[in-house]
Design a protein around this ligand. Structure first.
Ligand SMILES: *Cc1c(COP(=O)(O)O)cnc(C)c1O
Length: 398
């Protein structure tokens, strides 16, 4: 162990990448009361509590309709089924996202077609999307990665010109905005996840779809209950993908805090700029870029580490008990299960480079100044160690 680590660790608390316990303690009474109410009614699947929560989500996202379901992954699949996307169709999306973005396309029988990302925002590059359009393209699935909306205007133009649907993978972006409009109303259907680590996280899995289209909403409601049009009339093959009342009850409590939490995340991001600047680290990494069209809600705060040092910095932070992670280490076109798509390494250079350079630092709302200061100091310490060992090896070589 280097002397840096020894001196650094003395008296310092670990900093987790995310701490859900702290948040829960602040809202515990309200959450537990809501849960008890559901138990008292014994109405666990869909029902009034879910209806009410769906209404709250629709209001929050400025959409006409919101339809709860079992997960963000299911939301994506249901959205495509709801829009009639299936076998023989192509859906253009990013290879630099969580796996479910592309798997949901494949699982409805369509073909994921990848287009590279913009290196500054990590979101879909509209020019690359345009180049990927074929006569079989039916939809575009932009991902609002890390909590920042994709560059939608050029995608809208492409969608109109080529008659394509847009399904937003907004799983990381509830509350994010694009030119003042909320994520979830920037395409035909918006898909959200309530996985516990998302900005609005449930007590388990959950998801929701938003849309302004009455017919699509009706179809989505049907598809989540086995395609049942009512009275056991199954007019199409649906899924069993419903939102539990317990989840809706918890989420309803948490939704009231969401804007405050998003503001806290944004303040943390601003503070990182100051703290990392103070530590002289600005030349060693790119901090997240905020598109002037966007309100970024920072589900993740991912820096881009220069000079091929990402894995060393990751290991150094972990040795100093600072939580960090890689989103995502392997682009989707390189995943074994997508080998049949025939993509090769080198085909999406920006996604591949991002996978080698990106590093997520703690950004959760309750992080606080002291812990953030510690993250910045740990980073500086890691670089001091890396530089010292480099100087040594240069000397040895001389
Ligand atoms: C979390 C996530 C999903 C999947 O959501 P689940 O609720 O875990 O199924 C899909 N896409 C992105 C970008 C995500 O971050």
């Amino acid at each position: 162990m280097s002397p840096h680590i020894l001196s650094f660790n003395q008296g310092s608390e670990p900093v987790p990448l995310i701490d859900l316990v702290e948040q829960h303690q602040l809202i515990r009474d309200d959450v537990m009361a809501a849960v008890e109410q559901v138990f008292d009614t014994q109405h666990f699947v869909l029902g009034e509590v879910v209806d009410q929560f769906e209404q709250e989500v629709a209001t929050y996202c400025d959409s006409r309709y919101a339809i709860g379901c079992a997960s963000g992954t299911d939301a994506l699949m249901l959205a495509m089924r709801g829009l009639g996307v299936g076998p023989g169709d192509e859906v253009i999306t990013t290879p630099y996202s969580f796996f479910a973005t592309a798997s949901s396309i494949a699982r409805v029988g369509a073909r994921p077609v990848f287009a590279d990302i913009d290196p500054v925002t990590f979101n879909l590059c509209p020019q690359a999307v345009e180049a990927a359009i074929t006569p079989r393209t039916r939809a575009i699935m932009p991902v609002h990665l890390y909590g920042q909306c994709a560059d939608m205007e050029p995608l809208w133009r492409l969608a109109v010109r080529h008659g394509l649907a847009i399904v937003e993978d907004a799983c990381q972006a509830i509350g994010a905005t694009y030119r003042g409009r909320k994520a979830g109303v920037l395409g035909q259907v918006g898909c959200f996840s309530f996985f516990p680590t998302k900005n609005l996280g449930g007590a388990g899995d959950g998801g929701v779809m938003t849309t302004d289209d009455k017919d699509v909403a009706q179809k989505l409601r049907r598809l989540r209950v086995h395609g049942d049009a009512g009275g056991y009339q199954h007019i199409e093959l649906g899924m069993n993908s419903r939102l539990d009342a317990l989840q809706a009850a918890v989420l309803s409590v948490k939704l009231k805090h969401l804007d405050n939490w998003s503001t806290a995340r944004q303040e943390n991001a601003i503070r990182y700029t100051l703290l990392l600047g103070e530590q002289g680290l600005m030349s060693r990494m790119d901090l997240p870029a905020i598109d002037s069209d966007c309100g970024h809600v920072f589900n993740q705060y991912c820096v881009r580490v220069h000079d091929g040092l990402r894995d060393q910095v990751l290991a150094g932070l972990r040795a100093r008990q600072v939580g960090c992670s890689i989103y995502y280490p392997k682009p989707l076109h390189m995943q074994e299960c997508f080998a049949y798509l025939g993509y090769r390494e080198g085909q999406f250079p920006e996604s591949e480079r991002a996978a080698k350079e990106s590093l997520a630092l703690p950004i959760y709302p309750e992080l606080g100044i002291m812990r953030q200061q510690r993250v910045a100091e740990a980073l500086a310490d890691v670089y001091a160690e890396i530089d010292a060992s480099r100087t040594q090896s240069v000397r040895r070589a001389a």
